[in-house]
Design a protein around this ligand. Structure first.
Ligand code: F6P
Length: 324
């Protein structure tokens, strides 16, 4: 069967460890089926500007273990407007690219979903964000590595916290989602976890400081950056005022969470999803995200994944109270 595909691949939005493994899988799986792959640099910005590069099996050698993305990435406002997408379409056309694989998060998939409808080009999404906040998949590329980075860092903070008998407020990424905070909090034995999905958590924190904190050598409160009080600094400041008897410190882990060598889990899942994206295109799929649910590859309509929200695991949330 002759396959009439020329596939563009790009990474978009915040980078995530394992994106390179996904690029590699896309290129290698396509090459095995004699499908040409064009790398689009700097996400949608590069699509608009025609920043394209021909890719082959050799050019993705030695990248599976590297963090970041060899194609680079961007957050592109111009692509949000119809004029931007028209420019992007013209560039794709002039290079005869007739399908696109987007590795990114919900912002990237929103653009993909709109352009796919406007220009009848198949867009396949591969979930790549450390936030793990995409509906329709248990897992996004980069989450596992980020989680391990946080756990490593917080274990170190715990050493100094317990030596000094201090309370640390540690802020992790997650502007709109608490997946990193919740799961790293469980893994680190945090005494408190504050996430955007839950309201009124400050009362629970006060209760802990009133009743339990004095009995502990140290305490770690994991704070997602998007939680309702505005992150670790405002909460820590408020608590310093209310509880002058405690020695309180704050650490913001920041972009360290986005870098580093991808974990084995991220490499394996990225490889599976990259291959699945090429297979989906061969099967004539349009406008879907590749996901992993119960460790199986699934296809989720792109418009569904951008419209619906994924909630944190309520089971995990429930056990946190029992673990302190
Ligand atoms: O990658 C997702 C994310 O890490 C969010 O949790 C965070 O708020 C945001 O990206 C930061 O992005 P930027 O690097 O553009 O500031």
């Amino acid at each position: 069967m002759e396959i009439n595909l020329k596939v563009g691949v790009l990474t978009s939005g915040g980078d995530a460890p394992g994106m390179n493994a996904a690029i590699r899988a896309v290129v290698r799986a396509a090459t095995h089926r004699n499908i040409e792959v064009i790398g689009i640099r700097r996400g949608y910005q590069g699509m608009i500007e025609g920043d394209f590069i021909k890719m082959d099996s050799a050019c993705v050698s030695g990248i599976i273990q590297r963090g970041g993305t060899i194609l680079q990435t961007a957050r592109c406002m111009e692509f949000m407007a119809p004029e931007g997408r028209k420019k992007a379409y013209d560039q794709l056309n002039s290079f005869s690219i007739n399908a696109v694989i987007v590795i990114g998060g919900d912002g990237s998939f929103t653009g993909a979903s709109i352009m796919s409808r406007e220009y009848d080009i198949p867009f396949i999404g591969i979930p790549g964000t450390i936030d793990n906040d995409l509906y329709g998949t248990d897992y996004t590329i980069g989450f596992d590595t980020a989680l391990n980075t946080v756990v490593n860092a917080v274990d170190k903070i715990r050493d100094t916290a317990s030596s000094h008998g201090r309370i640390f407020f540690v802020e992790v990424m997650g502007k709109e989602a608490g997946f990193i905070a919740l799961q790293s909090g469980i893994a680190c034995g945090a005494e408190g976890i504050l996430i955007p999905e839950e309201k009124g958590q400050i009362e629970k924190l006060r209760k802990f400081l009133d009743e339990r904190a004095k009995l502990k050598k140290s305490s770690i409160i994991l704070v997602a950056e998007g939680e309702e009080e505005g992150g670790a600094i405002p909460i820590a400041n408020k608590m310093k005022e209310e509880y002058p008897e405690f020695d309180i410190r704050t650490t913001i882990l920041g972009h360290i969470q986005r870098g580093g060598t991808p974990s084995a889990v991220d490499r394996i899942n990225a490889s599976r999803m990259g291959v699945a994206a090429i297979e989906a295109l061969i099967d004539d799929q349009k406008s879907i995200m590749i996901g992993i649910v119960n460790n199986e590859i699934v296809h989720v309509p792109l418009n569904k994944t951008v419209k619906l929200c994924k909630d944190v695991s309520r089971d995990m949330l429930a056990i946190t109270d029992l673990l302190v």
